[in-house]
Design a protein around this ligand. Structure first.
Ligand SMILES: *Cc1c(COP(=O)(O)O)cnc(C)c1O
Length: 371
């Protein structure tokens, strides 16, 4: 039996995925070639160069992991942590909590530095935690907390880690392409992102980069990495092999065509221009929402332009209202998670979605459903 499917038209203004351009979709429809084909190896090298530019790094070990970003989070932590290590993990939303869970499962002792949901990670609290656990191997934190719409000060946090002789693990899944991500300036050690947020490629790939310091720490492990798939050394035989690349897994060839196209578009626009576009659209959205009496959750100084969290307006029921936006206006926005479930909306202005006409379309739709 043949069950046809065609996706409904959607304006994706939630926490990801964001809308994908026709050019990226067309790139993904190109003929599949072998994942060890010399032509494909050339594409791998191009993508690694593009990712270095996007991350602002010269790190040799920079590549797209064939997986959603959750696995990049897992790779960063399980490759750097050995059983018995201590990890300092900042938690100010959902994703910091996941990092802590992964680190515990890797056998590490986790020292949590908690901040209220909706607030950034507090560098002073991190410093205090480092004084308590000077033996900790790394500090992990979320640069752009998608569950709350908060930006933390990655430069300051990475500097603290460096001063304390610890490695830094930075989740910038929602950051890359939307706000400055300066891996080398920050001296960050393991940094990862995703395709479906501000890069606007379909979900399923996770750019990741490791500093030489991080690679040295991996090589100095005394126990093997428990995960075969996430073993960085084995993975690099495929992504880095000189001349001959060894088979590790079958790369998602067509998805990588799409990533290459999306990175080409981003780098052609220019990172600074893209950051400015996200800021301008955010300001326009904030203006329109303020006019409608819809209030932001996060202080102005710590807001992510690409992920706007607002309190569900008075007299509006969360889920039915979001359903109306979807059914009547074709617009997806996100609901709250954890303690903020039912209380906030998460409005994404990421990558291709981040355009003034989309801001206007959403603001008009919200105006139409307000009581
Ligand atoms: C979306 C997101 C992830 C997880 O990405 P997946 O591709 O869904 O696995 C991790 N961290 C943050 C901050 C995110 O926003």
């Amino acid at each position: 039996m043949n069950y046809p499917f065609s996706p409904p038209p959607r304006l994706l203004m939630g926490p990801g995925p964001s809308n994908v351009s026709p050019e990226v979709l067309a790139a993904q429809a190109r003929p599949t070639i072998g994942h060890l084909d010399p032509g494909f190896v050339r594409l791998m090298d191009l993508i690694k160069g593009q990712l270095r530019a996007a991350f602002r790094t010269n790190n040799r070990v920079t590549f797209p992991l064939s997986a959603p970003a959750s696995l990049a989070m897992e790779m960063a932590l399980v490759t750097l942590l050995e059983p018995g290590d201590t990890a300092i993990i900042a938690q100010n939303g959902v994703f910091g909590g996941r990092m802590a869970e992964i680190a515990r499962r890797a056998g590490a002792t986790v020292q949590l530095v908690c901040a209220e949901w909706g607030k950034p990670v507090d560098p002073e609290a991190v410093r205090a935690s480092m004084l308590e656990a000077p033996q900790a191997k790394l500090l992990a934190f979320v640069h752009a907390e998608t569950s709350t719409g908060v930006r933390s000060d990655a430069a300051a946090l990475c500097a603290l880690a460096r001063e304390a002789g610890m490695l830094s693990v930075v989740d910038t899944v929602t950051g890359l392409g939307g706000i400055p991500v300066l891996v080398d300036d920050w001296h960050a050690d393991a940094v990862y992102a995703a395709t479906q947020k501000c890069l606007s490629a379909p979900p399923g790939l996770a750019p990741i980069t490791f500093s030489d310091r991080a690679v040295a720490a991996v090589m100095a492990r005394t126990s093997p990495i428990q995960s075969w798939f996430l073993d960085l050394g084995l993975m690099l035989g495929y992504w880095e092999g000189e001349g001959a690349r060894s088979y590790h897994h079958t790369a998602p060839v067509n998805a990588l065509y799409g990533l290459h196209e999306s990175l080409s578009r981003l780098l052609e626009e220019g990172l600074e221009t893209s950051w400015a576009r996200h800021r301008a659209a955010h300001e326009q959205l904030a203006d329109r929402l303020q006019g409608l009496g819809v209030a932001f959750v996060v202080d102005k100084a710590h807001r992510l332009p690409q992920l706007n969290t607002v309190w569900v307006p008075e007299g509006v029921e969360d889920a039915p209202a979001r359903r109306r936006l979807l059914d009547e206006f074709g617009i997806e926005i996100g609901g709250g998670l954890g303690p903020l479930a039912g209380r906030i909306w998460r409005i994404g202005l990421m990558g291709e979605t981040c355009r003034m006409e989309n801001v206007e379309r959403l603001a008009d739709a919200i105006a139409a459903i307000l009581p």
